[in-house]
Design a protein around this ligand. Sequence first.
Ligand SMILES: Cc1cc2nc3c(=O)[nH]c(=O)nc-3n(C[C@H](O)[C@H](O)[C@H](O)COP(=O)(O)O)c2cc1C
Length: 216
Amino acid sequence: MDIALAARRRHSCKAFDGERKIPPELFGQLRELLRWSPSSTNSQPWHFVIAATPGGKARVAEAATGLFAYNAPKILDASHVVVLCARRDMEPEYLDALLAQEQADGRFDSEEARTRQAQVRGFYVGHQRKAGTLDAWMQKQVYLALGGLLLGAGALDIDACPMEGFDAALLDETLGLAAQGFAAQVIVALGYRSAGDFNAAAPKSRLPEAALFTDI
Ligand SMILES: Cc1cc2nc3c(=O)[nH]c(=O)nc-3n(C[C@H](O)[C@H](O)[C@H](O)COP(=O)(O)O)c2cc1C
């Protein structure tokens, strides 16, 4: 697969065909991309809400209100909608759960290795907390998952639209995210374009290579 071609061919879909659904096997691959996304110290500070039913999508679309109302039809007409959330904190119990999972997955060949991993992750979390950047750090990890999801969708010929245009506080309330310790960051509508997707035929635009890269 030419992955650069997939990156060039993908675009942010502005109108979805409400009748066309992503086959379960393909959507399963996108779920896997989210689950296996990398994160600093394997902290995985995320949660993904997936709306695939009309009712679920309507609940998400409630947050596309006011100045963000232009995003509502994309959410309603998409085949699947993913709300990418960040944790609101990294409690000791959560860090314990991560360590236990790594142990169960066979990551440690000794007690020392387990202790070292706990210390390294604890150091990074403590460092971010002290600097007042823990929220931003967790959110950065969520955006890595976003990047993987968008490229993966493109590679599978699935159209997608990432959206920050929504009332995050309202969505946190509507989906009960705040109560579970999560905060919605970005929504991704996934499916297949309709004839109304004006962005499909528009040329893509990026700054020139010379402005982006320094080769040393
Ligand atoms: C984090 C993020 C948030 C975005 N929010 C919106 C949005 O709320 N509504 C929308 O129509 N497009 C949104 N976009 C799409 C961007 O405008 C688009 O990615 C950018 O113009 C580049 O075009 P391309 O994705 O077609 O290559 C968003 C993109 C990203 C990455």
